[in-house]
Ligand binder design. Structure first.
Ligand code: AKG
Length: 288
């Protein structure tokens, strides 16, 4: 599915976009499921296990910022991450053993979709080794206008920045500390159905969607199966149910990697948007 060149780009930059992996039929089915989920958000008034809501959400005008763990919400999201096309790419990048860590669907609706402040995923879920990545499935055509994921090449080899504010985890980096890296960030743009792959230590963020086009991004966090979460495994059967390829592993591989624990926990738990909202400084401008 991907050439050696694509694998080399991922290893060098810590980010690569593979064009149009998801077919039109699957895209259409996902959009129908998503429209149903957003309509059903009319019944909720606050964040739930499924919904993270945008500021300004009402039952007349439901505004969803994120569907949490969509693989638990509808089988189509599990089907996509287990599809032969996706598994074959993952095998080349971090295989052969693979485990789904989690999934999320960041909506970034036209005109107000919220930004995600600069961070490294590694600060949220450190593991025994860093063979982890996030897949970003573009559910809409995405360009500089509608708030693409921005990733800074090469940062996956560097430090893990402080993601704390006022003594607690806040899920973002003080933008003054990373001005040069922000300037070097590249957009993960492409046609709907394309997929970005970014390393768990790669610095990234994304701006408010002020355009008239939606930017829905389905994200899967994937670990090599010998990478174990440093925050622990609460339910081993559930942990193993997320294996995507290869056998169960009880001999984690320990690598010499920089780590910061996301503790004490965020003052505002629930989602990255909530975590980041407690910080004093932010980089991106929010919709009015
Ligand atoms: O939706 C985006 O553009 C950013 C996604 C992200 O980095 C996250 O949710 O952790």
């Amino acid at each position: 599915m991907i050439s050696d060149d694509v694998v080399q780009i991922y290893k060098r930059d810590g980010v690569v976009v593979v064009p149009e992996v998801l077919d039109e039929d699957t895209l259409g089915r996902v959009r129908t499921v998503l429209a149903g989920l957003v309509a059903a958000a009319a019944d909720v008034t606050e964040h739930t296990e499924v919904y993270d809501l945008e500021p300004g959400h009402t039952s007349e005008n439901p505004r969803v910022r994120r569907i949490k763990s969509p693989h638990k919400v509808h089988p189509i999201f599990d089907e996509i991450v287990r599809s032969p096309a996706v598994i074959s790419i993952l095998m080349r990048l971090i295989g052969p053993g693979l485990r789904l860590h989690n999934s999320k669907l960041n909506m970034k609706s036209a005109q107000y979709g919220s930004p995600v402040e600069w961070h490294q995923d590694w600060a949220f879920y450190p593991h025994t080794n860093d063979d982890l990545l996030a897949i970003g499935v573009l559910l809409d055509d995405c360009d500089l206008e509608n708030g693409p994921l921005l990733v800074t090449p090469g940062t996956h080899f560097g430090e893990v920045w402080n993601h704390h504010d006022d003594g607690c985890f806040a899920g973002l980096i003080d933008p003054d500390l990373i001005q040069d890296e922000i300037k070097r960030a590249v957009p993960c743009s492409g046609k709907a159905g394309s997929m970005s792959f970014h390393h768990v230590r790669a610095l990234h963020g994304s701006a408010t969607n002020t355009s008239n086009k939606p930017r829905n991004l389905l994200l899967y966090e994937i670990a090599s199966s010998d990478a174990w979460p440093l925050l622990g495994v609460k339910d081993f059967a559930e942990f193993d149910s997320r294996l995507l390829a290869g056998p169960s592993v009880i001999t984690p591989r320990l690598a010499d990697v920089p780590v910061r624990m996301p503790l004490p926990p965020a003052k505002r738990p629930g989602s990255i948007y909530e975590n980041q909202s407690s910080a004093k400084k932010s980089y991106f401008t929010r919709a009015a």
